[in-house]
Design a protein around this ligand. Structure first.
Ligand code: ADP
Ligand code: TRP
Length: 333
């Protein structure tokens, strides 16, 4: 069955292995299924919910688009564009803001994490960012949204907002209620320095993550320094229960080699972490180095990326504007 796919990645720099295994790798698989219609968005309006430097933001927008292409998304099959080029996203977001109860937003755990202790100082944009995300998805009648595990709650909110809109305006089925596509295994890649924290762009320690632009030597070094524990690699999954760092490395190995955790445990049963680490560094650099080289090549050709983004924005705008007209009509504008 053909699916309408929509997903977004923020151009906030340091795209890492978590973004790749949790999201971008799935984007590529969905792009490769012939019957799917996919839209992959560089969500620059989401990025400005925290302060950004102008030149850095511009570079990050290009780099995120380059990463999509370098990872294997075909820009002639899927639409790639940046969010700020299609004004319907902000327009629809206002409309949805007017019908979303504050209580629903107050439940969002990511806001609490990102706003930190001083909530009063966080921007309103950061608070209502899940509504902008709902607009992104609902404007394109997306049926499926591939994301990492941390976005699950935002997708549930999107579903609630779609259902409320349809009910409030008596227009059953007008906004499509999307299904999340979250891999059940390894959908949350953890920091290499702390197995309780997710691998993140904003972690001050560069050793906590594998960046998609890392060289082979950097990857080998980071895996060598990754935290482990002092027990041998077990033969069963259950025995990893209280060993987050070990579980994370074995999970990364499994995900990159497209095999189950059980199979990885069989492969390394009785061996020690230095064996796992040297194999992991090898398969990771085999996977990441070609992507990293391609990103560098594409970043030398801004014109190519600009053309892709422009063409993508034109196609996206056409779809979004059509939906926006229907939305305005339903509301009474
Ligand atoms: P973040 O700042 O959280 O990395 P992004 O917008 O860049 O936010 O995230 C892009 C995609 O990568 C999202 O689908 C998100 O769920 C996924 N992602 C981010 N971090 C991880 C992680 N550590 N493990 C798995 N998926 C992740
Ligand atoms: N909020 C998502 C994140 O931080 C990014 C995002 C914005 C998104 N709009 C989206 C993801 C629409 C999926 C669909 O990772």
């Amino acid at each position: 069955m053909s699916k309408k796919i929509f997903s977004g990645v923020q151009p906030t720099g340091n795209l890492h292995l978590g973004n790749y295994l949790g999201a971008i790798k799935n984007f590529v698989e969905l792009n490769n299924e012939k019957e799917n219609n996919c839209i992959f968005c560089v969500v620059d309006l989401h990025a400005i919910t925290v302060k950004q430097d102008k030149d850095q933001l511009k570079k990050n927008i290009y780099e995120t688009a380059a990463t999509f292409i370098a990872s294997g998304i075909d820009p002639y099959k899927s639409i790639i564009f940046n969010q700020s080029k299609v004004s319907a996203h902000t327009e629809f977001s206002w409309i949805l803001s007017c019908m979303t109860p504050m209580g629903w937003l107050n439940r969002m755990t990511q806001f609490k994490e990102k706003a930190g202790k001083d909530k009063e100082k966080a921007s309103i944009g950061l608070y209502i960012y899940p509504i902008l995300m709902a607009s992104d998805i609902l404007l394109y009648d997306a049926t499926h949204v591939p994301v990492g595990d941390d976005q699950k709650q935002h997708l549930e909110l999107t579903r609630d907002i779609a259902q409320k809109f349809n009910k409030d305006f008596n227009c059953e089925d007008f906004l499509k209620v999307p299904e999340p596509l979250i891999k059940t295994n390894f959908s949350r890649i953890m920091s290499l320095k702390d197995g309780q924290k997710k691998m993140s762009k904003s972690d001050p320690s560069n050793l906590s993550r594998i960046n998609l632009t890392d060289s082979k030597d950097a990857i080998i070094n980071k895996i060598k320094k990754a935290k482990t524990d002092s027990f041998p690699i077990p033969d069963e999954e259950q025995k990893l229960k209280d060993r987050p760092e070990a579980k994370n490395l074995l999970g990364i190995y499994s995900s990159v080699s497209n095999q189950t955790l059980g199979k990885t445990l069989n492969e390394f049963d009785g061996k020690n972490f230095s064996d796992l680490k040297s194999r992991l560094a090898e398969i990771l650099s085999d996977k990441i180095s070609p992507i990293s080289n391609e990103i560098k090549k594409l970043m030398d050709d801004h014109k190519y990326i600009e053309d892709i983004l422009l063409e993508g924005a034109n196609k996206a705008d056409e779809i979004a504007e059509k939906k926006m007209k229907e939305i305005k009509n339903i509301i009474g504008f």
